[in-house]
Structures are given as C-alpha cells and as structure tokens.
Write a protein that binds this ligand. Sequence first.
Ligand code: NAP
Length: 273
Amino acid sequence: MPWRYIRNVHIALIGCGKMGAALAEAWDNSRLTSRIDIVEPSDLPISSPHMHHFRQIADMAEARMTPDIVVIAVKPALVSKVCDQLARFLPDSVPVVSIAAGMTLGTLQKSFPAGQPLIRAMPNTPARIGKGITVAVTKPDIFVTQMHLAHAALAPTGAVEWVEDESLMDAVTAVSGSGPAYIFYMIECLVKAGLEAGLPHELASRLARQTMIGAGALAEADSHTPPDILRQNVTSPGGTTEAGLSVLMDGRWQKILQDSVIKAQTRSRELSH
Ligand SMILES: NC(=O)c1ccc[n+]([C@@H]2O[C@H](COP(=O)([O-])OP(=O)(O)OC[C@H]3O[C@@H](n4cnc5c(N)ncnc54)[C@H](OP(=O)(O)O)[C@@H]3O)[C@@H](O)[C@H]2O)c1
C-alpha cells in the first residue's frame, strides 16, 4: 500500500522534547495514527486523546500494546541505551526510526536482531509546523511495506527524501538539519543592515522577517523555477537590487556559506558513532 493511504497506525515515540513534540503534534494533526504511546520522563508538553504517556520504556512494555513502528527522539548519547531496552520486548518485524544526529545504522544495529527494520532520519525544526524536510536512509534488506510505514510516519512533518548512501547524512545534517539556523542568522543580519541604513529597530525586524517569509513562500509557490531565475525575475538592470547583489554576489558570501556547511559536515562526522 502506498504510504499516502496508510491509516490507523500505532506509533511509539521515545523522547518528547523539542523534536519529539513536533513529531507527535504532526501525527496528531494527521489522519495517520490511531494511538501514540509516548515515553518521556518529564510531563508531556502536548496532550490529546490518542496519546498515552509512559515515564519509562519498561512501563510501555508492561502495557503489552505492540506498536506498528517506533520513533526514537532522545539525545544521541541516550540512543544506544534506549535501543537496548526496546530490543528486549519489540518484535523484530517492527521498524525502528532514529532521528538522532550522528547515530549510524551500524550503531543502531548493535542493539537489535539482524532482521529488525532500521531507519536513520534527519528532520529539521520546521517539522513543528509541517514545513520540514527529512532525509532518511535504511538497510537494503528492508521490506517495501516497512519503508512505506516509515515514510508515512515522517511525512506529516513535511517533505521526505530517501538516500541510499548513508555517508551523505553528514552533508544533509549540515545543509537542512542546521539550515534553519543559517536562515535565522540571515534575518538577524538583514535587521542589522536595515538599522545601519537608518530604519527603526521594530520596522527593520518586521521587514527582514516578512521578506524572508515572503521569499520562502514564493520559492515554494514557484517550486519548478530555479532560484537563480527567481532572483533574476526581481532584478531590473541598473536598479537597486542589482546594485545590492553586486556586493552580495562577489563570491565572499558563497565562500562563507560553503565553509559553514563544510564545518558542520565535519562536526557531524566527528559526532557519528
Ligand atoms: N532539535 C533539532 O533541530 C533536531 C533536528 C534533527 C534531529 N534532532 C535529533 O532529535 C533528537 C532529540 O532532539 P531534541 O532537540 O528534541 O532534544 P530534547 O529537547 O532534549 O528532547 C529529548 C527528550 O528525551 C527525553 N528523554 C531523556 N531520556 C529518555 C529516556 N530514557 N526515554 C525517553 N525519553 C527520554 C528528555 O527528557 P528530559 O528532558 O526529562 O531528560 C527530552 O524531553 C536528538 O537526537 C537530535 O539529534 C534534533
């Protein structure tokens, strides 16, 4: 069954912090889930009739309600411990998705039987409002139905892309995982530039933020138009935009962004285990 038509899924979520809560909220707003079991030591930041809260994995195991799929959203340092605990009661047909940065399929595999369907995914924070993008990778022996189920679990948070080469995940982390922070920093820079140009702070903030929102929305609406064409469409020869871009496009900015992505990619490799 294609992932789009999957319904009535029982999902278990391990860890309900920033990203876990974003996932749970997205599932709750979709027609995907019939039941969401959430293991989280603290009180839940969200609630709904579909959600069942357990403080520990052992409590969920005791309830003897086997989920269709498990999503792990704890900090990377806790993932192996969580996987070891899950492996004690989870049937080996249940797909396990980890969204922990740097946790490789090889590391996840150490906790589970060889046949367990394992998926490593990297979402980003716009997942909270269904505008995220997730990149996922899995083992070659996974059944297509299990992959569809994982896709369906990730899709309520936004777009989902699959890659076959796990080594790409470090670059993915550097571009889309860390990317929202780069964009927020660009808004900050545009605000400061507006202040330098003489605008009051509140107006500069509103202009910078709304311009980023509007440009993003336009890029989404014209999704088949390449970004350089979108740029050219708003650049009249001899006009103000062209004057501004003559500085922005002198190569320094491209180099800085490139260096930032390479540094984040290197850090992701260092953190991988
Ligand atoms: N935030 C992002 O932008 C982002 C993007 C992509 C991937 N990720 C990945 O997503 C994962 C979660 O990140 P986050 O930012 O959501 O972190 P977070 O806000 O710290 O959430 C982690 C949650 O896990 C809970 N937890 C700790 N031990 C647990 C256990 N044994 N069983 C169940 N829950 C447990 C924590 O509870 P306590 O606070 O009570 O300890 C916390 O609520 C990380 O692995 C990160 O690499 C995050």
